[in-house]
Design a protein around this ligand. Structure first.
Ligand SMILES: C[S@@+](CC[C@H](N)C(=O)[O-])C[C@H]1O[C@@H](n2cnc3c(N)ncnc32)[C@H](O)[C@@H]1O
Length: 468
């Protein structure tokens, strides 16, 4: 990052714009959103600027000494850019020269304005159109009354500070204010509902301690596959207890000041026991903290989510679950491999290849039947035994097998092989990251349209009888 985003306090500070034409007008329109004192140096001035009482016009040619005392300087006169930039920099004043980033010491982001909530988007000048596109998307997403809601919060802040204790409880209160019923009532201009939901939120957070745990699915790795709810939970959490397979990109989405506790289990290496992880969760929640237990994929699929949920419920701690995209779905989508296909297969089984004692105890004979499709989690180390068992049970040696390593991540690898060649393929390719083994996947292709629910003959007859 070359440009560091900051918000500059312009309250009663002087901002000088050099130039009096269209370009200056554009800059001044933006500056008028602030409370800065705006001065323009230009021999001639655009009519709209002349008419604006907040603009002071120095009707003269540019000279360096005129910049004295300015907090910021804009050069909106291309012919003067070099001089203005030099004179401003000589006085230590940040300067922006229109369309000349190389001689500017600051650049101006695209802005979504819901004063006092302001969102700035920058691309360091590399992709202005992208910046504007992002701006438009954010603008469409945010309610117009967002700024008014923030101002209302500011006016209530000291009252809330008096009645809701500092820390989690106060944070929880503001969560309700900005994202719950209080907000809804405010946006609907329903004063009665606003007052009652505000009072209810104060009553709730002014009293009982709050510790709770959310078991959150982090998906297979690509942070964009997080659900909106998972993102919100990550923003709310005081503590994040996370697995080894949770990607760095997903952790980035968490609140900066959240405490992060890694509890990843590494196969064949010393790792925290499940009972120790349960204890951490209970301990943190009992201390009144908002805890996110972040698990790769989905918490309920080979994630031991049920065990953690049980331990928390036994300890009387509130727990909720946010599903995630399980690896079998995420990896298949990433590699564009359908999991079911009309005319080829009607089901897919998710199973683990590994157990405490080695290869998992599955009904390999049933799985080996023609047409079966299954996705094997944690199957790489036991792959030799798995293929041997399937072959012993009569699976065709040329049954299609697809291995996806680090699915959805930048270093994703897709290895195509057969059940007979699986072990060799894994050895040759040196699969080391998390990997899924799909057996018997169908192939993507068109299929004939079939009426899903054909009209029954007896009903057709009845319709005809009724019509005659
Ligand atoms: C302990 S299980 C956790 C599964 C997780 N709860 C889920 O729903 O995806 C770990 C296994 O999931 C699979 N896995 C998880 N992330 C993966 C990824 N990005 N690419 C391929 N396989 C993955 C691997 O088989 C790995 O050994």
């Amino acid at each position: 990052m070359r440009y560091f985003p900051i918000f500059f306090d312009l309250q009663d500070r002087k901002v000088i714009v050099v130039g009096g034409g269209e370009e200056a007008l554009r800059k001044v329109r933006l500056l008028l959103k602030t409370t800065a004192k705006i001065a323009i140096i230009a021999p001639a001035l655009h009519d709209e600027l002349k008419a604006n009482k907040r603009v002071e016009w120095l009707s003269t040619k540019f000279a360096g000494y005129l910049l004295e005392g300015a907090a910021l300087v804009y050069s909106a006169e291309p012919e003067l850019n070099e001089r203005v930039s030099k004179e401003a920099q000589a006085r230590g004043i940040p300067v922006n020269a229109v369309d000349a980033a190389d001689i500017s010491t600051f650049i101006v982001p695209s802005i979504v304005d819901r004063d006092p909530v302001v969102i700035a988007i920058g691309t360091e000048g590399t992709a202005p159109v992208l910046g504007q596109g992002i701006r438009a998307k954010i603008d469409a997403m945010l309610p117009q009354k967002l700024g008014a809601l923030a101002s209302r919060a500011a006016s209530l802040r000291s009252h809330v500070a008096d009645v809701v204790p500092h820390g989690n409880r106060r944070r929880s209160f503001w969560q309700k204010f900005f994202f719950g019923e209080v907000r809804d009532a405010f946006y609907q201009d329903d004063k009665k509902a606003f007052a009652s939901s505000f009072k209810a939120a104060i009553a709730e957070d002014g009293a009982a301690p709050l510790g709770r745990v959310s078991l959150v699915g982090a998906g297979p790795g690509d942070p964009e596959l997080l659900t909106l709810k998972a993102q919100r939970k990550l923003q709310e959490a005081d503590v994040i207890v996370y697995d080894r397979l949770v990607s760095a990109g997903v952790l980035e989405m968490a609140r900066r000041d959240a405490v992060r506790i890694p509890v990843g289990k590494t196969p064949y290496a010393p790792s925290p026991k499940q009972s120790e992880i349960n204890e951490i969760l209970v301990r943190e929640a009992k201390a009144g903290r908002v805890v996110v237990r972040l698990k790769g994929g989905d918490p309920y699929i080979f994630g031991r989510g049920g065990e953690e949920q049980f331990a928390l419920e036994q300890a009387g701690i509130a727990v909720d679950v946010v599903p995630g995209i399980t690896a079998a779905l995420g990896c298949a989508a990433s590699a564009r491999l359908p999991l079911t296909q009309r005319g080829q297969n009607r089901s897919i089984t998710l199973l683990t290849g590994h157990s405490e004692t080695g290869v998992a105890d599955q009904d390999w004979a049933a799985l080996a039947k023609p047409g079966n499709v299954f996705a094997i989690y944690m199957g790489v180390n036991a792959a030799g035994d798995i293929s041997a068992r399937l072959l012993d049970s009569g699976i065709a040696p040329d049954t299609r097998v697809t291995v996806i390593e680090n699915g959805t991540l930048p270093d994703e690898r897709v290895i195509s092989t057969t059940i007979g060649g699986l072990w060799d393929a894994l050895q040759t390719s040196g699969v080391a990251g998390p990997a899924l083994i799909y057996v018997g996947l169908p192939t993507a292709k068109a299929s004939a349209d079939v009426m899903p629910f054909p009209v029954r003959q007896d009903i057709q007859d009845a319709i005809l009888r009724a019509a005659s």
